[in-house]
Design a protein around this ligand. Structure first.
Ligand code: FUB
Length: 706
C-alpha cells in the first residue's frame, strides 16, 4: 500500500488550515504540485501551459527542478494535467536545473526550448515531439546555445516565417532560428539599449505590428513584470512600464502572454499555495484588456482567475485530473493512458467549475482502482459540503492500477453547477480515480453553453470625436463637446500620442465639459522639457495629478497617453502605466509651484477658481503641443507639422536626412528631434525610407511628402 510522505501530510494539513480561514480560489490553477514559469501556447483551439516543477524536497535551499510539465484547458478554469513532458536526464549532456521553457508548433512538430545546467554552466537545449503533450525527446543531442546567463528561452515565429529565440539573465539576447527550428544563423544579438530593469524571463510576441518583450524586472530587490515595445525585432525598445508589481510570496515572477478566443491572458507565478515560497511556486493566470494604444494594464495577482469561457458538458467522458481546484490530491501516470488522480485520502476533494447538467443527470460512472479497501465518492454541488446528488462506493480492485467502473444514481443535478467530488473512507490512500461521466434520462439534453462575456473594459461608445491628426495652437485652441453632450457623463476610452514641440504653454487637450466631467490637460515650460499635468474630475469629485519633474517629457519625444472612464472610475495611463484612478490628489504640479499665479493658463476653464495670473506674461507658441489621434480624439486645431524639418530649424536639408538615419539606427541625435516632422511618409514609423525621402526632397527629386 502506498503511503504519503511526511511532506505531503504536512502540506495537506497546511492546506486545510489555509482553506479554513480563506475562501478557496481558482488561482493558482495547479494545486497537485508546485509549478512555476508558465509558458502558454494556443494550438487547435486548446490552451497548453508548459511549466517547470519545484520539487517538494528542496536541496541546498535553492531551486530544485528536474522536469517540465504540461496542463491544458479550453475554458480557462478547468485544467487537465498531462504530466511530465521531459526530464533533464533525457538530455544526455545535462546535469540538472530544468528551468523556464517555452514550446512552439511548426511543420507538424512541437519544439520545446529548455534551459539546463544553470549551476554548472548554463546552456539551452531543444526537445521535439509529435504531440503538444509529449513525449518529447532531445532534438539534437547537444546544447543549442552555451553561455553565461543563458536561461529562459522564449520562441516566436514572425508572419514572414522567420523564427527568433530570445533568452537571458541580466541581458536579453536573441538569434534567428533556421527553418528546422533546431539550429540558427548569424550571431547572438543583444537587445540594446538594455530594457529598463531587465533581469530575466523574456516573453516575446507580436501584436498588430508591435513587438512586445514582457519580462521579469528587478525592482526593489525582487522581481516584478515589466514590458517594452518596438516596431522592429531588434529594437530599439520603448519601456512601457510595470505590468505586475512585486507581490505574491516569491522572489521571482515569470510572464507568459497569449490571446485566446478573443481574450487576452497574462500568466505568472507566485508562492500562494500552502507551503509556498520562492522555491515552491505556483502558476496563475489573469485576464486583461489591452489599452487601445496597445498598452498592457498594470495588474495585481488574483485569486479567482479569469471568467470561464464555456461550461463543461458532464455527459462527455472527463479525466479525473481535469481540475479547477483540489485539496490533498496528486496525479500519476495511468496504465490506461494519460494521468490519474492519486493520493486520495479521507476528506480530500476536487472542484470542477461550471458544469452544465441541463435537464438533469440520473447516473454517474467513475473509473477507479484500489489496492486497499476503497472508500466513497460523494458527488456534491456548490461546495464540498453542498447538496449531495449521489454517492459512489469504491471497493478494493486488487491493485492501484487495476481499473474498474463503478456506478451510482444521481438526483438533484440540473442546470449549471460547480461540481465537487468529496472523497471519504478510512485512513491512508483510499483509491485512484481515472475518469468519470454522467448520464441523463431519456431525451435529456444539456442546455446550450452560453459563453460568459467579460465586461468590456472600457465600455465602448460611439466615438464622440473622430478624425485627426489634429494640431493645437496652445491654450487658446480647443473646442468643447458638440451640443447636447456637455452635461452627461460618458463611459469612454481614448488613447493618443502626445508629441511635444518647443513648449511654453498650458494647453487643454481634452475637455469633457465642465467640472463634473472628465478632462485632461497639459502644461509645459519653456526650454526643452514639458511637464504633464492631468486632471480627472468625475461627478464633482475632483481628482488631480501633477507629475513630478522626473516624469517630465522631453521636447521632441512621443508619449502614449490613454484615459478611460467606466461608471464612476476614470483611469489615466501614461506610457502604459496607471497614473491616476480618480483619487483625490493634492494639487501639486511640479516645477510650477503651488501658487495660484501659476495657473494662468486655466483662464478658459468654466468656473476656473485659479485664474489669477497676468495674461500678458503668458506666451503661446505655435505648435506647442500636437495631439495625434490613435483612438477617439477630442480637440482640433489647424497647424500642420513641418515635414522633413527633423531638427525644427525652419529648413529641410541634408542635416535632417542624416538625423533621421541616425535616429533609425539607434544613434543618439543631438539637439532637437521632432518625430512628427521626421515621419515624412506619414506611416507612423521613422525609418530609412523617411531619411531617403528627405534627401530626395533636398536635391529636388521630389517636391512634397505625404
Ligand atoms: O524557475 C527557475 C528560474 O526562476 C526561471 O528560469 C526564472 O525565470 C525564474 O522564474
Amino acid at each position: 500500500m502506498k503511503t504519503k510522505n511526511s511532506m505531503t501530510l504536512f502540506l495537506s494539513i497546511a492546506m486545510m488550515l489555509f482553506l479554513s480561514v480563506l475562501c478557496f480560489a481558482d488561482n493558482p490553477f495547479v494545486q497537485t504540485n508546485y509549478t512555476a514559469d508558465p509558458a502558454p501556447m494556443v494550438h487547435e483551439g486548446v490552451v497548453y501551459v508548459y511549466t517547470t516543477h519545484d520539487e517538494d524536497q528542496i536541496v541546498n535551499n535553492f531551486y530544485t527542478m528536474n522536469e517540465w510539465k504540461c496542463y491544458s484547458t479550453t475554458d480557462m478554469q478547468n485544467w487537465t494535467d498531462h504530466g511530465t513532458m521531459i526530464h533533464y536526464k533525457d538530455f544526455s549532456w545535462a546535469t540538472g536545473d530544468a528551468w523556464a521553457a517555452q514550446c512552439v508548433y511548426r511543420n507538424g512538430k512541437f519544439y520545446l526550448y529548455v534551459p539546463l545546467n544553470n549551476n554548472t554552466g548554463s546552456r539551452i537545449g531543444v526537445a521535439v515531439s509529435d504531440s503538444p503533450t509529449g513525449p518529447f525527446k532531445d532534438a539534437i543531442g547537444k546544447p543549442l546555445l552555451i553561455g553565461s546567463g543563458y536561461i529562459d528561452p522564449s520562441v516566436f515565429i514572425d508572419a514572414d516565417g522567420q523564427a527568433y529565440l530570445f533568452w537571458g539573465h541580466t541581458n536579453c539576447y536573441y538569434v534567428k532560428l533556421n527553418q528546422d527550428m533546431v539550429s540558427y544563423s548569424g550571431g547572438v544579438q543583444t537587445i540594446n539599449p538594455k530594457l529598463s530593469n531587465y533581469i530575466e524571463g523574456p516573453w516575446f510576441y507580436k501584436r498588430n505590428s508591435t513587438y512586445y518583450i514582457v519580462y521579469a524586472s528587478m525592482q526593489g530587490g525582487s522581481e516584478s513584470i515589466s514590458y517594452a515595445t518596438s516596431s522592429s525585432v531588434g529594437g530599439p525598445y520603448t519601456s512601457r512600464g510595470t505590468v505586475m508589481p512585486t507581490e505574491g510570496n516569491s522572489f521571482t515572477n515569470h510572464p507568459g502572454v497569449i490571446d485566446y478566443q478573443g481574450h487576452s491572458y497574462l500568466f505568472y507565478h507566485n508562492g500562494a499555495l500552502p507551503g509556498g515560497g520562492s522555491y515552491h511556486r505556483s502558476v496563475c493566470v489573469n485576464e486583461f484588456t489591452y489599452g487601445i494604444d496597445g498598452s498592457i494594464p498594470k495588474q495585481s495577482m488574483t485569486k479567482d482567475g479569469p471568467e470561464q469561457l464555456e461550461y463543461l458538458n458532464p455527459y462527455d467522458l472527463h479525466e479525473a485530473e481535469t481540475i479547477c481546484w483540489s485539496q490533498g490530491l496528486k496525479t500519476e501516470v495511468c496504465s490506461e493512458g494519460g494521468m490519474n488522480l492519486s493520493n486520495i485520502s479521507n476528506n480530500d476533494y476536487l472542484k470542477v467549475k461550471g458544469v452544465d447538467f441541463g435537464n438533469g443527470a440520473t447516473s454517474f460512472d467513475a473509473r477507479v482502482a484500489s489496492a486497499g479497501s476503497g472508500g466513497k465518492i460523494e458527488i456534491r454541488i456548490n461546495s464540498q459540503s453542498g447538496t449531495l446528488i449521489g454517492t459512489c462506493n469504491v471497493s478494493g480492485t486488487g491493485g492501484w492500477q487495476n481499473w474498474q467502473t463503478v456506478s451510482c444514481d444521481i438526483s438533484g443535478a440540473t442546470g449549471v453547477q460547480d461540481l465537487y467530488f468529496k472523497f471519504t473512507g478510512g485512513s491512508g490512500n483510499l483509491f485512484n480515480f481515472n475518469n468519470w461521466q454522467f448520464f441523463g434520462g431519456e431525451g435529456t439534453t444539456p442546455t446550450p453553453e452560453p459563453t460568459p462575456t467579460p465586461t468590456p473594459l472600457p465600455p465602448q461608445k460611439e466615438p464622440i470625436f473622430t478624425g485627426g491628426p489634429y494640431f493645437l495652437n496652445g491654450e487658446s485652441d480647443y473646442k468643447d463637446l458638440p451640443d447636447g453632450l456637455t452635461n452627461e457623463l460618458y463611459d469612454f476610452s481614448i488613447a493618443f500620442k502626445l508629441i511635444l514641440y518647443s513648449v511654453d504653454a498650458w494647453t487643454r487637450i481634452f475637455d469633457m465639459g465642465g467640472d463634473t466631467n472628465v478632462f485632461m490637460m497639459m502644461t509645459a515650460e519653456s526650454g526643452t522639457t514639458g511637464y504633464p499635468y492631468f486632471c480627472i474630475t468625475l461627478e464633482g469629485n475632483e481628482g488631480e495629478q501633477g507629475l513630478n519633474g522626473n516624469s517630465a517629457f522631453l521636447v521632441g519625444t512621443t508619449q502614449h497617453i490613454a484615459i478611460t472612464k467606466s461608471g464612476n472610475t476614470a483611469t489615466l495611463y501614461i506610457n502604459g502605466q496607471v497614473i491616476d484612478t480618480n483619487t483625490s490628489m493634492t494639487l501639486s504640479p511640479a516645477n510650477l509651484g503651488n501658487t495660484e499665479n501659476n495657473y494662468i493658463g486655466r483662464s478658459q476653464w468654466p468656473n476656473d477658481p485659479y485664474l489669477k495670473g497676468d495674461v500678458e506674461d503668458f506666451k503661446v507658441y505655435n505648435r506647442a503641443i500636437t495631439v495625434e489621434e490613435v483612438g477617439q480624439l477630442i480637440n482640433g486645431g489647424t497647424e500642420v507639422p513641418n515635414l522633413g524639418d527633423a531638427n525644427d530649424d525652419g529648413t529641410v536639408n541634408i542635416v535632417d536626412a542624416l538625423l533621421i538615419a541616425q535616429h533609425y539606427v539607434g544613434l543618439a541625435t543631438s539637439g532637437t528631434f521632432i518625430e512628427v516632422n521626421a515621419d515624412v511618409n506619414c506611416d507612423n514609423t521613422i525609418n530609412i525610407v523617411d531619411a531617403l525621402l528627405v534627401a530626395q526632397f533636398y536635391v529636388g527629386l521630389i517636391s512634397e511628402f505625404c
